[in-house]
Design a protein around this ligand. Structure first.
Ligand SMILES: Nc1nc2c(c(=O)[nH]1)N[C@H]1C(S)=C(S)[C@@H](COP(=O)(O)OP(=O)(O)OC[C@H]3O[C@@H](n4cnc5c(=O)[nH]c(N)nc54)[C@H](O)[C@@H]3O)O[C@H]1N2
Ligand SMILES: Nc1nc2c(c(=O)[nH]1)N[C@H]1C(S)=C(S)[C@@H](COP(=O)(O)OP(=O)(O)OC[C@H]3O[C@@H](n4cnc5c(=O)[nH]c(N)nc54)[C@H](O)[C@@H]3O)O[C@H]1N2
Ligand code: SF4
Ligand SMILES: [Mo]
Length: 682
């Protein structure tokens, strides 16, 4: 912790995951401590939360703007940096039109910041704005919006503890949502809730499961269809719910006629009797809740995966009641909010389509200009266009050089772009590719609101002053709006922005800063009772209809075919690191917990390749090659290897492919064909 900074003990929200724990500075330890906040009611936090101040006073913080001169990034004044941004974005718009610019919003940043950035993009004349919800749960949101009318958790953390069964598919909450796991899952499991875990690896979540289905990566659809088949065959469908709230039952049952449980289980790589047991646990429970994560969403059939999952909840009547539903566990502390407030290329604040003239007119009344009607590009699509259709990019609080798939191609694309601005708190791998770098504020130096995974809007308060010439993110984005557009960005701080955004974001209508205080307000909010709706879809789906449809879903083969001598690489996370690692790799305490990455490989696959535990191995395919140590373990299923993507070296995303889901445009991070050899023997 550097000596020259001033710290305060003010209730704020953890900058890492979507659980949204309350944390504040603790003068005694110089670390973060939990306070009794809406989610972590007893003030409990996980190791990342405790380390949240390690980034704040870190010596590598960006403290001055940088501009590229003669190939090098050199210090500049704010005016010099903004003059360059203004003239380059202006030139690109004159020469190529507004759609030649792209704006990366940040799910690590506040609602107010994201709202101002998306408004700025739209005032510039483009819907080319997106956030890394695209890489995360965009497929989940696409499927859930289509069928249920809303893409968020159907239920609240509080009521989910009432479930008799948890079906956790492609998520590892024990490591990725640790406080949800410790404070909501574990007590339920102790009092008899049974958990089914569908994951190609066994990990800390599996330890609490009654049934583990170690699915082959990319084969969740046959597995889920087989579960549906067992549910119907065993008479476990909820007839009265199906009568009242479901359409397409007959067609769905005839689709299931063609599903052979044994064959589907074999295709999915799981034991048919375990699958039947899982189906019975879920189907027989009075209340059963589904949790879904990246193992489902990050496939080029991610939307279809989630469609197959929604069928189970509809068949068994597990929607609209406490302890049920389909619950995507959201990623960063404000990935839910970044989407809510419109940092999406096809949607305005509150999930209204940019193509909807009435929605545009409503927004125009508040903004003084009408946003463009043509949907913009999504994140990965935009990067692919750098140098072609997209000439200039503004990257706010994201590190795509590490986190987008096919990283070697991403690097080339960044180099092909004419002008790139990175607005971050650290000199990231993406900043190395930028023409202008702007030093923003870390979580502890800002005020504003964030929206957590169960739709609770909570307030952040400053715990530290800013380092060097760094400026508050909101001020930087306001100046960006002023410099690039004619619209009004003259807000008197985050509360004024929040006021405005509640007027154009219907699900936030009536919320107030004061009303939130140190509690939360949940969307969809009702000013009448001062509370939001905890359990969605109780009488009607958010589509407005009483019913939702069952939808037959056919299996989709993964994008990368796998030959006999290849293995399937799937990627994911560990508790001590966060996403690109830009922040957590710089934390001494967290790095000590897990210094480097290792390739999880099954003993049979290792033996076949003469790989011993700890050996250096090369993992390669046509896209790239990384060297890592091998961790030989039966925790990962045969034929599959696992790496995290938290490090710039080894840069695992060199290996991942950029095949996109046709609807949600999410990449297939969870299935790549690779060769694994002992280092030096390739
Ligand atoms: N500690 C920590 N916490 C985090 C983050 C972090 O980086 N570190 N990041 C945050 C973010 S942005 C997000 S989006 C969330 C993500 O949270 P999770 O969804 O839990 O994250 P992952 O580890 O990517 O994937 C979950 C599991 O999917 C499994 N899996 C892989 N392929 C498949 C498959 O084909 N099918 C199935 N069923 N499972 C598969 C993996 O083995 C892994 O255990 O976590 C958030 N919380
Ligand atoms: N192989 C593989 N790749 C993946 C995934 C996977 O499972 N496997 N998961 C994908 C998913 S789900 C996600 S969400 C993405 C994450 O992708 P990114 O969003 O690119 O990753 P982060 O590391 O969260 O990047 C956050 C950046 O914001 C900066 N930052 C943090 N706080 C602040 C702040 O307050 N202000 C400003 N201005 N900057 C700040 C950090 O320094 C960092 O550079 O990765 C995706 N990539
Ligand atoms: S569970 Fe998530 S929000 Fe809570 S302290 Fe840990 S990283 Fe932060
Ligand atoms: Mo994410």
């Amino acid at each position: 912790m550097s000596e020259d900074r001033n710290y305060a003990e003010a209730e704020s929200i953890c900058p890492f995951c979507g659980v949204g724990c309350g944390i504040a500075y603790d003068e005694r330890t110089g670390k973060a401590t939990g306070w009794r906040a809406p989610v972590n009611r007893r003030g409990e936090v996980c190791p990342k939360g405790v380390a949240a101040f390690d980034q704040v006073g870190h010596e590598e913080r960006l403290t001055t703007p940088l501009v590229r001169e003669g190939g090098r990034l050199v210090p500049a004044t704010w005016d010099e940096a903004f003059d360059r941004i203004e003239s380059e974005f202006g030139r690109v718009r004159r020469e190529h039109g507004p759609d030649a610019a792209f704006f990366f919003a940040s799910s690590n940043c506040t609602n107010e910041e994201n709202y101002v950035l998306q408004k700025g993009a739209r005032a510039f004349g483009t819907n080319n704005v997106d956030n890394c919800a695209r890489l995360c749960h965009s497929s989940t949101v696409a499927a859930m919006r289509a069928r249920f009318g809303a893409g968020a958790m159907t239920n609240s953390l509080d009521d989910l503890t009432e479930a008799d069964a948890f079906l956790v598919v492609g998520a590892n909450p024990a490591e990725q949502h640790p406080v949800i796991f410790r404070s909501y899952f574990v007590p339920a499991l102790k009092s008899g809730t049974e958990m089914i875990h569908v994951d190609p690896r066994s990990n800390a979540t599996t330890d609490g499961a009654s049934v583990h289905l170690p699915v082959r990566p990319g084969y969740d659809i046959p597995l889920l269809n087989a579960i549906a088949k067992v549910i119907v065959a065993e008479g476990l469908a909820d007839d009265s719910f199906v009568d009242e709230r479901v359409e397409g039952f007959e067609e769905f049952v005839s689709f299931l006629d063609g599903v052979d449980v044994e064959a589907a289980a074999e295709l999915a790589g799981v034991d048919p009797s375990d699958l039947r047991e899982a189906a019975k646990l879920y189907g027989e429970a009075d209340a059963a809740a589904v949790f879904t994560g990246m193992g489902m969403s990050q496939h080029h059939c991610g939307t279809d995966n989630v469609h197959a999952l929604l069928n189970l909840a509809l068949l068994t009547g597990n929607v609209g009641r406490p302890g049920t539903g389909v619950n995507p566990l959201r990623g960063q502390n404000n990935v839910q909010g970044a989407g809510d407030v419109g940092a999406l290329p096809n949607l305005l604040p509150g999930y209204r389509d940019v193509t909807d003239g009435e929605a545009r007119a409503t927004v125009a009344e508040e903004w003084g200009f009408e946003p463009p009607a043509r949907p913009g590009l999504t994140e990965v699509e935009a990067t692919h266009e750098f140098g072609d259709d997209v000439r200039a990019a503004y990257v706010f609080g994201e590190n795509p050089a590490v986190t987008e798939p096919n990283a070697n191609a991403v690097r080339e694309r960044f180099e092909a772009a004419e002008f790139v601005v990175v607005h971050d708190i650290f000199p990231t791998e993406t900043a190395e590719l930028a023409d202008v770098v702007l030093p923003g504020s870390s979580w502890a130096e800002k005020a504003g609101t964030v929206t957590n995974t169960d739709r609770q809007v909570m307030r952040m308060r400053p715990n530290a002053d800013l380092p060097g010439d760094a400026r508050p993110d909101l001020d930087i984005l306001r100046e960006l709006g002023d410099r690039l557009t004619d619209a009004d960005f003259d807000y008197d701080g985050p509360e004024a922005v929040f006021d405005e955004l509640t007027r154009v974001t219907p699900i936030y209508e009536g919320m107030t800063y004061d009303g939130i205080g140190t509690e939360s307000q949940r969307w969809p909010f009702s000013a009448d009772d001062g509370e939001g709706v905890a359990v969605l879809h109780a009488d009607r789906f958010a589509t407005g209809s009483k019913t939702a449809e069952l939808r037959p879903v056919e299996h989709v083969e993964p994008a990368d075919p796998v030959t006999d001598d290849e293995l399937v690489l799937t990627t994911g996370r560990v508790i001590q690191q966060f996403n690109s690692g830009a922040v957590t790799r710089r934390s001494d305490t967290l790095v000590r917990m897990r210094p480097e990455d290792a390739l999880q490989i099954h003993p049979d696959d290792a033996a076949r390749r003469d790989i011993a535990d700890g050996d250096d191995v090369v993992v390669a395919n046509a896209r790239g090659e990384v060297s890592v140590a091998a961790a030989v373990t039966p925790a990962v299923r045969p034929g599959t290897v696992f790496l995290t993507f938290h490090y710039a070296n080894p840069l695992v995303n060199e290996l991942t492919g950029d095949a996109l889901d046709p609807t949600a445009k999410i990449p297939e991070y969870k299935h790549s064909a690779v060769r694994v050899t002992v280092e030096g023997e390739a």
